[in-house]
Ligand binder design. Structure first.
Ligand code: PLP
Length: 433
């Protein structure tokens, strides 16, 4: 018989009591943050419910067609629901958008023409996006990057305070500038997520200099972290992955792009081809998963957010540098910990793997992941491969050895991941309590 949560962890999971004491203390100190997160979730849950109701979602939307995929009312319903949730004119939500990178790349390729300029206003983008732009790899080879197609690229580094540099952006914008892009989440970087307030300022600045500039955002990991989304503050188009926040752990694959109707049409022409756009494309029975995942997403994001806060608080208490700093308002679900030591970093990721419901008995090792310059260690014992809204941790093998912790479909599980990581480091003598 299991007498209590604490006894169960100590007896059956062999967790050290000192670790549980440290986690209990950190959790107790976070109660205000957790209440704040619950308030946001209450609003987001209603926002999603209203979108499902307003768009008359019904059981026929869970069917699918074959071949060209004409007459797939479910596909249209999914896209109307996403447009309602993000308060945009239109949306593209497809299972054949293979990941977040593909969604963001489709957005950029759909909008930019040769000779037009893309400016990233949040410093260098995520590793895989650098391959899309063409700033990595052998520039003498044609790889179909934005640069290969004659797009001009520039980026504005963040300020010393790790926020957007509005003055530098103002002077960077030229008459060739067509797109100002922002990456909301941290990526494999050392900075807090960009706040919605900063995203609003960038958007207003870009539009005030030239109303024809299109402001784009990579919204990965940011969905439902707040009651608002970037599109509520004038961002013209956003993109993200369905195996992160908005898929709620249920969507099997896919990506979304939400924004102005004329832009979504151009992007659809890029995703399929001109003339066809969003009119074709099978959904392979995924509509119900996508909608049910979206319905659960606010609560799942709440779990991930609390788990990230707990993780940050614990490692901050132990004297590690953490990002975002413990206790600040979050704009994504990522918690970065600077281990400054490859052994600690790899042990942390391996412990998160050992805390997983799937593949808990395997030990992740650094590997050459497609699209990344450095080797990466990935802990992802997930029901859906690579799903980082499920409990996961990943870390590129480069100094200063930062691990990124995210996800957890339930808070209880995310918390267990934190407990397990601390226990492993404690037992290996890598931290003292
Ligand atoms: C996850 C992520 C992406 C997309 O990554 P995929 O693995 O292609 O889904 C893009 N930008 C940021 C900031 C991300 O966190």
């Amino acid at each position: 018989m299991i007498s209590s949560y604490r006894d169960y962890l100590i007896n059956d999971f062999e967790i050290s009591p000192e670790v549980l004491d440290a986690v209990d203390a950190a959790e107790a100190a976070l109660s205000d943050r957790f209440t704040e997160a619950d308030d946001i979730t209450s609003v987001c849950q209603l926002k999603v419910l209203k979108a499902l109701q307003d768009n008359h979602v019904n059981a026929t939307h869970f069917d699918w067609s074959t071949g060209y995929g004409y007459d797939d009312p479910g596909r249209d319903a999914v896209e109307r629901v996403y447009a309602s949730v993000f308060h945009t004119e239109a949306a593209l939500v497809r299972p054949n958008i293979v990941n977040g990178t593909h969604a963001i790349a489709s957005m950029l390729f759909g909008i930019l023409k040769p000779g037009e300029e893309l400016i990233y206003a949040t410093g260098s983008p995520y590793d895989t996006l650098q391959n899309v732009i063409g700033t990595t790899g052998d520039s003498s080879k044609f790889r179909g990057t934005l640069l290969d197609y004659g797009v001009i690229y520039n980026e504005v580094p963040l300020t010393e305070e790790l926020d957007v540099d509005l003055e530098a952006l103002r002077s960077a914008i030229t008459d060739k500038t067509k797109v100002v892009a922002m990456q909301r989440s941290t990526g494999y970087d050392w900075r807090p997520a960009i706040s919605l307030e900063s995203m609003r300022k960038v958007t207003e600045l870009a539009h005030s200099i030239n109303p024809d500039i299109i402001v784009c955002a990579d919204n990965c990991y940011g969905e439902f972290v707040d009651t608002y989304e970037p599109t509520d503050f004038g961002v013209d188009v956003i993109a993200g992955s369905l195996i992160k926040n908005p898929g709620g752990g249920i969507a099997l694959s896919g990506g979304y792009i939400c924004g102005r109707e004329d832009l979504i049409e151009r992007i659809a022409y890029r995703l399929t081809c001109p003339g066809i756009g969003a009119e074709c494309g099978l959904t392979y029975g995924q509509n119900r998963h996508v909608l049910q995942g979206l319905f659960l997403a606010p609560k799942v994001v709440n779990a991930a957010l609390k788990g990230a806060s707990l993780c940050g608080a614990i490692y901050d208490n132990l004297g590690f540098e953490v990002m975002p700093p413990a206790g600040i308002k979050r704009s994504d679900i990522i918690q970065a910990i600077r281990f400054a030591d490859p052994d600690k970093m790899v042990a942390f990721c391996q412990a998160v793997q050992a805390a997983s419901p799937v593949d808990s008995y395997v030990t992740p090792m650094p590997w050459d992941m497609p699209g990344y310059e450095d080797q990466v260690v990935m802990a992802a014992g997930a029901f859906v491969q690579g799903s980082s809204i499920e409990l996961s941790a990943d870390a590129p093998l480069r100094e200063p050895y930062i691990a990124y912790f995210q996800g957890g479909l339930t808070y209880e599980h995310s918390k267990f991941g934190v407990i397990k990581s601390l226990d492993k480091l404690y037992k290996a003598g890598l931290v003292t309590l």
